[in-house]
Design a protein. Sequence first.
Lengths: 441, 253
Amino acid sequence: MKLSGWGRYPWVEVLPEEPRTDTEICAHLACAPSLIARGNGRSYGDAALNESCVLDMRHMSRLVAFDEGSGFMVCEAGVLLSDLVALFVPRGWFVPVTPGTRFVTIGGMVAADVHGKNHHVAGSFGDHVRWLDLMLADGQIMRCSRQENVGLFNATLGGMGLTGVILRVAFALQRIETDLIAQRLLKAASLDEAMDLFESNDAATYSVAWIDCLASGGRLGRSLITLGEHLPRSALPPTREGRPFADVPRQRLAMPVSSPAWVMNRRSVATFNALYYARGRPGERIVSLASYFYPLDAIGAWNRLYGRNGFVQYQFVLPKAASREGLRAVLDRVAAAGAGSFLAVLKLFGAARYRAGSLSFPREGYTLALDFPVSTGTFKLLEQLDVIVAAFGGRLYLAKDARSGAAMLAGYDQLDTFRVLRERLDPVRRLSSLLSRRLGL
Amino acid sequence: MNASGTAYGAGSLMLVVGGTSDIGRAIAHRHAAAGGALILTARETARLEPDAQDIRLRYRTEVTVVGFDLLALETHARLLDELPALPDIVVCVAGLLGDHAVSRGDPIAAKLVMETNYVAPALLLGLVANRFEARGRGVIVGISSVAGERGRASNYVYGSAKAGFTAFLSGLRARLSRTSVRVVTIKPGFVATRMTAGFKLPPVLTAQPEEVGAAVAAAIRRQKDVVYVRSIWQPIMTVIRYMPETIFKRMKY
């Protein structure tokens, strides 16, 4: 079958294996020339692709232990975050860090070391992992944590599945009092204003900005910033009194077929952006947790929006000191190219915990995510953006990347340590993906 | 509990025979999600325990694991005698596709397919029926197959066994029709499971295991007798059933 990441570019022809036990995974490691584990296929590019063998981990989906008192959870790597949300939010528990979709696996969250809107206060998902069980290329199972096999632990958080197959993960859920979010919307007329707002609101638990990447000149970087806090029980609205956990996520709509590629053109995106910006009313609202964290999950297969050829997402982070200048350069370039990105998301990361040998993406500074339909024009533009990002000392998010060259890894300061570890554990690169080969990892 | 004395989900106890299979697991999850308690059986309980623990943690319901070899007919009565309680619902998911090329020429292999799909499940459910009848209520669910509706060149050993199972369930249902014991026959069609991994199955005709779980829930709640998991199988099987043998025998599928 044709298998791709969420961006539907690139793809390979492979029939994924569906292991249900550690023993079966071990057998695949022994037989396959090379393989990569795959979760729910939400990484955008080629991180979970391999022509010879892909391990679809979604049958490794058992909860192993849960402590109702402390929220300590142990589960297999293929457990879906959407299952945890559905089962545990009504009991007053939520993950400490969530990406922008709940249709990811816990193993994928570790492998990409995902971040959320609370990175500046909570760090990335890896910061909440207590330990994990990893099956190395030779079939050996290693328990890794901050106390044992530390190098392996660090390299696995954000290691894109290249250190071994993640089997089980232990982490703590956080207590929530309701399934609602108090959201505050702020409007920024320019990039500078948006960045000032991020910095003056760094006490907010959650913060993220949607940015109009087609606006140029004085409006360059105009944005809507949403801040969020878990709503305390004492602030429940009258309609929900006595029912702190009553949200039923809406029935999902789905894109039945791919829309023609021309639907996402400069004009349609510019119109959408202008309307969306104008419609944004500053102020406070109470919204459901699902609609706050997972707005796009309401539309099934939204990746079909970009047409049959697929799309690429481009997410980078710049060091904080270089962010103002760097972001301006990138947005100028994007606006000049007239390449409208439907989803353009800006976020200020907090300081990242030092982890030797980690390819984890988040570091202190601003991150911007853009997406573009696959085309030669897009690839040319992204090469120009690469130059800007590299010049400002930034790095690309590997979970989104489908096309960059090995030179872009220069932004990862722990790259050499990661490579040494990989050379020692897996000299023949039994664990490999299209991404690892493309970047020479 | 509804009018005829059958229940699903909260307050009811379901026994799933063949709990390690993908379909068995999906049926168990669905019942537990509705608040029901479970007893799961498997030959090797060690293999089943992680699944049982998963269900306990997800749904905070009681799950008991029992070691049981369905093919050991002499142990059937003991299984039922030793259960913590006589269940409200008994689902038999056991099945073995086998390799038809082998089954055709190897009586021992063919016998295993026949016993696993017909002899053992039918006889177990027969004993369950007697106990349900004595108690005055209960629901029996047999997971049979569309393959049992007509013998095909490519899998008649499996198909004939499922045909026997379907006929047995039909007879049981007729016998118990004046009681409050109900018998449900589920015909899943193709299901994406370990049993069919590697087969090229048409997506429209292929259900996910969760759909079988949902079909079992719906069949019990709506008091159905025979259920195709995907309704598209109904017209397809009607055509296949009524096709003259002179044509059917030449079909290559």
